[in-house]
Design a protein around this ligand. Structure first.
Ligand SMILES: CC(C)(COP(=O)(O)OP(=O)(O)OC[C@H]1O[C@@H](n2cnc3c(N)ncnc32)[C@H](O)[C@@H]1OP(=O)(O)O)[C@@H](O)C(=O)NCCC(=O)NCCS
Length: 136
């Protein structure tokens, strides 16, 4: 497995990885996903095994202080082999930052605990309740 900068050609595979987790944010609108991953301040990395994309990470950074890990996913068949760790480490390196914040799903908490960290409580806020029903 090697890590490369995300390019648009990776988008269908990235969408498949997200869809497999039941995550609609990228999968529901590929054109919006394309724009999102090309936005200023977004850094995205894919893990490639041969021709296959087996992992994806994206983050948002101001390049100075704040960085948020937005998406991290490894294909089910490729888990437990260090791909997730490599994606996080590569994300740190490419962003050139010392810290990043992440809203973790309960099932991934133990993965994040394997990194130097400080646990903080997080919330996802919605502009309105109606909007919330559409979001993951
Ligand atoms: C969470 C996820 C990205 C981890 O990727 P991975 O490639 O399996 O993780 P790695 O093999 O790099 O594991 C790194 C370390 O975390 C540990 N780890 C990984 N997943 C774990 C889990 N679910 N529970 C406990 N420990 C875990 C590994 O033992 C390893 O520890 P070590 O470095 O001390 O040996 C992957 O399981 C995944 O994509 N899950 C579904 C999507 C998801 O939940 N993403 C995060 C959303 S917040």
């Amino acid at each position: 497995v090697h890590l490369v900068a995300y390019e648009e050609a990776h988008l269908p595979a990235v969408i498949r990885l997200c869809a497999a987790e039941g995550w609609p944010s990228l999968a529901s609108d590929p054109e919006r996903a394309r724009r999102s991953l090309a936005a200023p301040g977004v850094i995205a990395v894919v893990a490639v095994d041969g021709d296959e994309v087996v992992g994806f990470a994206s983050l948002l950074t101001d390049g100075e202080i704040e960085t948020y890990l937005a998406t991290l996913v490894v294909a089910a068949a490729a888990r437990g082999q260090g791909v997730g760790r490599q994606l996080v480490e590569e994300s740190f390196a490419r962003a050139g930052v010392e810290r990043m914040d992440v809203l973790s799903l309960p099932e991934s908490e133990d993965f994040y605990r394997t990194f130097p960290h400080r646990p903080l409580q997080g919330f996802r806020l919605y502009a309105s309740l109606g909007e919330a029903a559409l979001e993951q």
